[in-house]
Ligand binder design. Structure first.
Ligand code: AMP
Ligand code: GLY
Length: 432
């Protein structure tokens, strides 16, 4: 199979890395890719949202399977376009991707199908007065969510009425969220531990990957601004087998069955963001793509040919009921550019990458914002690298040591990373 992976982050490098282990793959192409994917296959400079450009390239290169990394091309209908052209592609259609692209759609869907999630109300732009009265009568904290895609920035936890009124006005009127701000979801504030579960589904059957935990805030101890994710680990001890089984029965299966029943079958990866509350798991959000940096910890744990798995799903012929996983754990420390998630510099030379031997050490350096420049690798984004260490069984302490040992050998101007990634896997009782 010739395979085209769309995207340029750590997630896409991890997908390419796992595909590289496949016996079924012939050529690997990545659009546009990064310095890491360039080592595994051919990078081609086509934007993920240039659907015509990608379609032409896939035809010209005899691509047998296209795998979509980010949400933007899915939201723009890349799966519909490839299917119409008779090309095999892994991912949900534009209609099915609404589980991510419209929070109002997702909430109404969950309510209809009795899928456990936070209580909520949806307010349109024209319902400002109703919204403000609701916020005046509400108990705090309360969560405000912009309806559409807002690149992870559309969620506000309002601590007080004043806070809520100010943010709601901004979200409805301002340009802060573009079109994403025209409809607001106001949601009950949930407390507990967050976890991410990935289901790979062909619309009927599904398998799950190891449940993971992300570290969304920029600073240690989950302080500071929200980011795309500063690190991850899997399988999270916060989700033992029985709890995962419960999530499959009460959440994943009803979502897949519900989408099919509603006439918009969902195929691809369903990323379920959960809050593990005292009353059981509740859905915080769905994404229609793999997580970043969760992919960097969940794919190395898969003990199966990824190309075969994704092809079977794209063909609506998933054969498995359970995906074989390695009896291991993985910890990923993201190395970022200082300043991220705000402004940061790029173009800094990265040293020390050669000092890490994947096969000897059990450490994989996934590239995110990097660029090849002759013989050098330069920083080219906010999140630069995802250093993933693999450990045996449940020994997270060893993988954390291994990951940071490798991180300490990589140098570039302005390198920034959290120093507490994976800690929650060792002392879950400290978590809240
Ligand atoms: P979302 O994009 O919906 O996942 O929200 C981003 C982050 O906001 C989540 O990872 C949570 O940390 C937080 N969040 C979202 N919804 C809620 C909620 N109902 N209660 C508490 N925290 C939430
Ligand atoms: N790490 C969270 C996400 O990919 O949305």
């Amino acid at each position: 199979m010739n395979i085209l992976v769309i995207g340029s982050g750590g997630r896409e490098h991890a997908i390419c890395w796992k595909l590289k282990h496949s016996k079924e793959m012939t050529e690997l192409h990545c659009a546009p890719g990064n310095a890491g994917t360039a080592q595994l296959g051919t990078n081609v400079n086509i934007k993920p949202t240039d659907i015509d450009g990608l379609l032409n390239y896939a035809k010209k290169q005899n691509i047998d399977l296209t795998v979509v990394g980010p949400e933007a091309p899915l939201a723009a209908g890349i799966v519909d376009a490839f299917r119409d052209a008779g090309l095999r592609i892994f991912g949900p259609t534009r209609a099915a991707a609404q589980l991510e692209t419209s929070k109002a759609f997702a909430k109404d869907f969950m309510k209809r199908h009795r899928i456990p999630t936070a209580d909520y109300r949806v307010f349109g732009r024209e319902e400002k007065e109703e919204l403000f009265s609701y916020l005046r009568a509400a108990r705090y904290p309360l969560v405000l969510k912009a309806d559409g895609l807002a690149a992870g920035k559309g969620v506000i936890i309002a601590e007080s009425e004043k806070d809520a009124l100010r943010n709601a006005a901004e979200m409805l009127e301002g340009d802060a969220f573009g079109d994403a701000g025209t409809t607001l979801v106001v949601e009950e504030f949930l407390t507990g531990v967050e976890a991410s579960v990935f289901a790979l589904t062909d619309g009927t059957r599904f398998v799950t990957l190891a449940p993971a935990q992300d570290h969304k805030r920029i600073l240690d101890n989950d302080m500071g601004k929200n980011t795309g994710g500063m690190g991850a680990f899997a399988p999270t001890p916060h989700m033992p087998t029985e709890l995962l089984a419960d999530v499959k029965i009460r959440i994943i299966k009803p979502v897949i069955d519900g989408m099919r029943a509603d006439g918009i079958p969902y195929a691809g990866v369903l990323f379920v963001g959960l809050m593990l509350t005292e009353d059981g798991p509740r859905v915080l959000e769905f994404n229609c793509r793999f997580g970043d940096p969760e992919t960097q910890v969940v794919l190395p744990l898969v003990d199966y040919d990824l190309a075969v798995l994704l092809r079977d799903i794209a063909d609506t012929k998933l054969q498995l009921n359970r995906l074989p996983l390695h009896d291991a754990n993985a910890v990923c420390v993201v190395m970022a550019s200082s300043g991220y998630p705000d402004a940061y510099d790029t173009g800094k030379a990265i040293a020390g990458l050669d000092s890490i031997d994947e096969n000897k050490e059990g450490v994989i350096v996934f590239h995110a914002g990097t660029k090849q420049d002759g013989g050098r690798v330069l920083t080219a984004g906010g999140r630069v690298l995802g250093v993933t260490a693999l450990g045996e069984d449940k020994d997270f302490a060893a993988s954390i040591r291994l990951a940071y040992n490798a991180v300490n050998r990589i140098r570039y101007d302005g390198a920034y990373y959290r120093t507490d990634i994976g800690k929650k896997a060792i002392s879950p009782q400290d978590d809240s």
